[in-house]
Write a protein that binds this ligand. Structure first.
Ligand code: NAD
Length: 256
């Protein structure tokens, strides 16, 4: 390891599983002090314990519901109190929808998915900008999705929620470009994680069958570590001129 994040403090949401856990591990190994936040306190505690056991760096956990603005504010305060500064914010926590197209969509599903996938990014980005503006420095990374760039990867709620994350990414990158704040997104393809658990049992058959045609073109699924490696580059100073980018990490899925 090469200390690529030495002297940086990073907040990572959804760090109790999948990509968030892999980023917490890699960022800590690269010298960052990491705040690992997740709704599932047990899982995020386990991630932190395993990193500590492996001698992998400094990580602190906090239970956070990213759809709750007060929790987001508490997460920022925790990071400041614990480590004295915040340099990197990764908005990673997210859930799937039930594949429903708009004709079958309930208001409840739309609101739930937007609260976790999109409102969360708005709250945390607003908070991060407050933190970064005075020091004219800071990095935000949003974990969007190929569902944030393409239409045949999920239901309408997830697809729209991730397209909105891409919009927040590009607009914020542009707005604060002269203020030293960089904002990028990764659009992962199919990655082996626990995300399917968030789909629930009430899958929309019509929507599922339609999106399956998009899914069928997917290469072999990737790993959380492959996302973490791309994330490490984007949050590091090596990516100093990368701003407003949406990087597909999908094994070429969106290239055809
Ligand atoms: P995962 O389910 O393995 O991990 C997501 C984590 O987010 C879990 O630990 C969960 O507890 C947490 N979480 C859920 N709701 C939360 C909330 N309200 N507040 C705080 N934490 C919450 O899934 P993953 O695949 O690692 O997902 C990470 C991100 O990647 C998500 O934004 C997802 O939409 C995106 N993504 C995943 C895939 C894929 O194929 N796995 C593809 C594209 C994009």
């Amino acid at each position: 390891m090469t200390d690529r994040l030495k002297n940086k403090v990073a907040i990572i949401t959804g760090a109790g599983s999948g990509m968030g856990a892999a980023m917490a591990k890699l960022f800590a190994a690269e010298g960052a002090k990491v705040v690992a936040a997740d709704l599932n306190k047990d899982r995020v505690n386990e991630v932190v314990t395993n990193i500590a056991k492996d001698g992998g760096g400094e990580v602190a956990s906090i239970k956070t519901d990213v759809s709750d603005e007060e929790d987001i504010k508490a997460m920022f305060k925790f990071a400041k109190d614990k480590f004295g500064q915040i340099d990197i914010v990764v908005n990673n926590a997210g859930i799937m929808d039930n594949m429903a197209p708009i004709g079958d969509l309930t208001d409840e599903m739309w609101k739930k998915v937007f609260a976790v996938n999109t409102d969360s990014v708005m709250y945390a980005t607003r908070e991060a900008v407050k933190e970064f503006l005075p020091k004219k420095q800071g990095v935000i990374l949003n974990i969007a999705s190929v569902g944030g760039t393409n239409g045949a990867r999920a239901g309408v709620a997830y697809t729209a929620s991730k397209h909105a994350v891409v919009g927040i990414t590009k607009n914020t990158a542009y707005m604060y470009q002269k203020e030293g704040i960089r904002v990028n997104a990764i659009a992962p393809g199919g990655i082996k994680t626990n995300i399917a658990q968030s789909m629930g049992k009430n899958i929309d058959k019509f929507g599922f069958d339609r999106q399956s045609q998009g899914m069928a073109t997917s290469p072999e699924p990737g790993t959380s570590e492959e996302i973490a490696n791309a994330a490490l580059f984007l949050v590091s100073d090596e990516a100093s001129y990368v701003n407003g980018a949406v990087l597909p990490v999908d094994g070429s899925w969106t290239a055809y």
